[in-house]
Design a protein. Structure first.
Length: 70
């Protein structure tokens, strides 16, 4: 049982890290405010999948850096 839990956590990390990098680069490309917050939200093992789903569903509506400057 312990090996299964370790394998599942390792699998989650191996999925979340590349997705976090993609989300960070995409957020920088879109000019979003604080793109690193999405990266940090994804690397949290349990909540990371929730952040991934939120980001990809709302990425067009997230605040951009130009909105905060005005």
């Amino acid at each position: 049982m312990r090996e299964l839990v370790t394998l599942l956590l390792l699998g989650a990390v191996l999925i979340q890290l590349p997705l976090g990098v993609v989300m960070y680069l995409d957020a920088k490309r879109l000019g979003l405010q604080n793109p690193e917050q999405y990266w940090l939200g994804v690397v949290v093992p349990a909540a990371g999948f929730v952040v991934i789903l939120y980001y990809f569903s709302e990425r067009r509506n997230l605040p951009k850096t130009s909105e905060s400057d005005s």
